[in-house]
Ligand binder design. Structure first.
Ligand SMILES: *Cc1c(COP(=O)(O)O)cnc(C)c1O
Length: 386
């Protein structure tokens, strides 16, 4: 029996390979590799898709977040409220601009930052809220925007895992001052390399970001008004992304169907908590992440690692991959020791980081493979029950 990977991009390539190949060949023949009309037309298409006025493409999701913070003038002495349960890039950029990440705990149902916890962390130094639509599940943006308005804060959405997700009939990335997207190959809309974009309704923000992504260069070439970075989207990636954007809604629908199928097949399974889609949102399932709640103590399990490790090993023995996003919340990372957080500060994030297990999830995953994954998981769990 063949192995089931966490995701398999070769299956997608089998479907769109010819189209992508032709688009790349056209760029190669054009001799125009940086900037140009393909990047601009992709920016327009992506802005239309998210239903915002402006899109500025850049080199990665990390750069998108960095450029967003810079464009809002966030820097030393400023605080940004965000979640400790996300990919490191989210807070790395807050630190990179010289500001301080201020964490709040997360909600155990949505894996996203706990909105009820935000207001207690607002200080005179707070400049922005940075919600992350983790695993493709939209944050309640109605509430985030209400809190931001009441306290005159900016909102930067980290949409890296949620391209195409909706909150209350509007796409994520259209709610805050700025939306930040990643086109890393494993994201819902992935390039064949690095890529990213920011979206905004504000033409001034867009123009500042255009300047910052090009070394801070003014409208006059070789005159500089700011210290920027070099963060452009290659024409080859723009051409590939134009092809793939046409497939995105279909792929996201397939991800939703797979999530529904997991939900049906796995319910009810004792000690496994399944992810739930929020009532006013449509998620795009970048990950399908369950929580394993062991009734078996580590002492009973012996020294083969914790309960989750044992489950993973039993899945792997059956050729089934699984992933852990994320094993250590950011407030406990070595790099943030100086911020003074301690174990126990965010009990939900800390508990979930011990429990989460992401099952294979990609649009081309077959029903047979899903059956095998579910039988495999049930088998692993029952073999561990005393
Ligand atoms: C992937 C990711 C990023 C960074 O995107 P890159 O394109 O890899 O730089 C930022 N935030 C989150 C939540 C991500 O998953």
């Amino acid at each position: 029996m063949s192995n089931i990977p966490p995701l398999d991009l070769t299956r997608q390539y089998q479907v769109i390979g010819e189209e992508v190949g032709a688009a790349v060949a056209a760029v190669l023949a054009s001799g125009r590799y940086i900037g140009g009309s393909l990047v601009e037309s992709f920016e327009r298409q992506f802005a239309n898709y998210i239903r915002v006025a402006e899109c500025v493409a850049c080199n990665s999701g990390t750069d998108a977040l960095y450029l967003a913070l810079r464009a809002l003038g966030i820097g030393p002495g400023d605080e940004v409220i965000t979640t400790p349960f996300t990919f490191f890039a989210t807070t790395e950029v807050i630190s990179a601009v010289g500001a301080t990440p201020v964490f709040v705990d997360i909600d155990s149902q949505t894996f996203n930052l706990s909105l009820a916890a935000i207001e207690a962390q607002i200080t005179p130094k707070t400049r922005a809220i940075l919600p992350v639509h983790l695993f493709g599940q939209p944050v309640d943006m109605t509430q985030v925007m209400a809190i931001a308005q009441a306290h005159q804060l900016r909102v930067i959405e980290d949409c890296a895992q949620a391209t195409g997700a909706d909150w209350n009939h509007a796409k994520v990335g259209s709610w805050g001052d700025i939306g930040c997207f990643s086109f890393f190959p494993t994201k819902n809309l992935g390039a064949c390399g690095d890529g990213g974009a920011v979206t905004t309704q504000d033409p001034e923000i867009a123009s500042t970001i255009r300047q910052l992504r090009e070394h801070g260069q003014s409208k006059t070439r070789y005159y500089y008004e700011a210290v920027g970075i070099n963060s452009r989207l290659d024409a080859v990636q723009a051409a590939i992304l134009q092809v793939k954007l046409r497939y995105l809604e279909g792929w996201n629908a397939q991800r939703r169907a797979i999530a529904t199928c997991y939900q049906t097949l796995l319910h009810p399974l004792p000690d496994v908590i399944l992810p739930q889609e929020p009532a006013s949102g449509i998620g795009v399932w970048n990950q399908y992440t369950v929580r394993l709640q062991s009734q078996v103590s580590d002492a009973v399990l012996g020294d083969g690692g914790g309960y989750r490790d044992q489950v993973r090993r039993r899945l792997q023995a059956q050729g089934i991959s699984s992933m852990i996003y994320y094993p250590l919340p950011l407030h406990l990372q070595p790099v943030y020791q100086s911020l003074g957080y301690q174990a126990g500060d965010f009990p939900v994030a800390e508990k979930l980081s011990q429990e989460v297990l992401s099952l294979p999830m990609f649009p081309e995953l077959t029903r047979e493979e899903q059956q095998r994954i579910v039988y495999g998981l049930k088998d692993a769990l029952s073999s561990l029950t005393p």
